[in-house]
Design a protein around this ligand. Sequence first.
Ligand code: ADP
Ligand code: MG
Length: 274
Amino acid sequence: RPPVERPRGTRVVVIANQKGGVGKTTSSVNLAASLAQLGQRVLVIDLDPQGNASTALNVDHRRGTPSTYDMLVDGVPLEEVVTQSPEHDLLWVCPATIDLAGAEIELVSVVARESRLRKAIQAHPWVGGAEAGEDRYDYVIVDCPPSLGLLTLNALVAGEEMLIPIQAEYYALEGLGQLLETVELVRANLNQHLRISAILITMYDARTRLSSGVADEVRAHFGDQVLGTTIPRSVRVSEAPSYAQTVMTYDPASPGALSYLEAAREFAFRGVER
Ligand code: ADP
Ligand code: MG
């Protein structure tokens, strides 16, 4: 297998889908851990007040911990809230505390409320091209909450790339129209560079016709935007967070872990091709 090279500059990847439970957080943390295993320097920004990504990456996110809230609402520099994840030495996290639930409202009256995250990310000394030096983050992965509010909007303004997880289940495509419309609005008004760089089919169950039917439908709709690798439904994947781990360390040989590693490799190469 060819080695995965570091990209020329930081790739800011937004993992979004306003539907809950489709695998945003699971994909954020496992792709991040996989990219770190592939030698990439990765920062995960937890943008969901539930803090599930922070939990899976085993970083403190009790109230009072420096967090995404402090960065977005109070303008604390990102590097002051980022902490290293014990999961991997190339993996860092900006944790979310429950305070973030209030940010959706509190941000409404803040100046340039939709570009707070973008500013914070771009001001981080480890973000950018060659000028950022060796310590540069190769990937900033933003785990969005299940809504299309001001938090997700901040993510769409901050990123150039979007990865949409789609669960291989009934109603998988329901609500996607609204998401795509939002992306178009953001492109037209706030961030012309935003593009959907990948769609990832999650919780695929090879034993059911339903799963393969949904996967076919998603591929018919989105063509080669869909990653070739699908993530199987697997108990090991869902167990890992309760051990404050990603499946990449909890059970690295499991089908879920191998699929995330393959999806990460595919995603990394896509960035190089384009
Ligand atoms: P979201 O962040 O979109 O709300 P999550 O990543 O939290 O979704 O996933 C929703 C639920 O599905 C969680 O309980 C998670 O553990 C479980 N889950 C996600 N991916 C898989 C998978 N491949 N196999 C089994 N369970 C999964
Ligand atoms: Mg989530």
